[in-house]
Ligand binder design. Sequence first.
Ligand code: NAD
Length: 273
Amino acid sequence: MNGLLKGKRGIIFGALDENSIAWKVALKAHEQGAIFTLTNAPVALRMGEINKLAEKCGTIVLPADATVVEDLEKLILDSVAHLGGKLDFVLHSIGMSPNVRKGKTYTDLNYEWMNKTYDISAFSLHKTLQTCKKLDALNEWGSVLTLTYIAAQKAFPGYGDMADAKATLESIVRSFGYYYGVDKKVRVNSISQSPTMTTAGSGIKGFDTFFGFADKMSPLGNASAEACANYCITLFSDLTKYVTMQNLYHDGGFSNMGVSDAIMQLFPGEKEG
Ligand SMILES: NC(=O)c1ccc[n+]([C@@H]2O[C@H](COP(=O)([O-])OP(=O)(O)OC[C@H]3O[C@@H](n4cnc5c(N)ncnc54)[C@H](O)[C@@H]3O)[C@@H](O)[C@H]2O)c1
């Protein structure tokens, strides 16, 4: 299907390199006719990779630390000005835990770093939504999407304080989704994605092993970043106008599994009879 996002304007947060989920979303959104700005934290922009993406998508890159409201205000106003009108979609594809990154386990957290984890990985969504709402920057039926992980619902050792941040993130989706829905018919959803080989993903201890486990546990196998991008496009499109305040699993069935035959085969155990 072509032109699903024709005439739509947006902001895409979080494309760091070509493995990033946001990178794939930008390419697909461009393919489907959307216009948008790209943004990332100033420190991430220093890598310079994102400029290649901007060139491919015929757009500009605007720096913004998503934890700083003044940065968000400028980003949103500049995006509206550059794109020539109010926005129809926002992708919030941001996550980082200093504790996870520096190898601090869940039972030995540094609480200053934990605040950072929350600020970057959860509160930044609230700040983005609140700033968009105050500036009245989103059109009616606009769509805001964030990326999350099932460690918000179930225990996944190694995911550390990111699990708590994701649980908060998903709660913000519901709470803000209510207010934005009532006031402006804007929808807010999270996509709970399979483990994916990206910078954020592979920062988790034992990620490679876990990636294989999730793949064997999921009837459809792990969902790729590209497949995730396709799902994002449908949620930005007018075909999903009444979906809001949801946590949507995009995980090949993982979230509803107890155990799979493929996993059982790894543990043959005692033969009966
Ligand atoms: N990779 C996985 O296994 C997986 C699974 C489920 C959900 N997710 C989620 O998907 C989202 C995107 O991650 P990804 O896997 O594409 O990895 P990624 O590392 O490519 O993207 C994370 C992005 O967050 C940005 N970021 C960090 N701090 C920021 C700040 N202060 N302001 C603005 N941007 C900031 C980084 O620069 C980076 O671009 C994250 O929310 C992540 O938790 C990832």
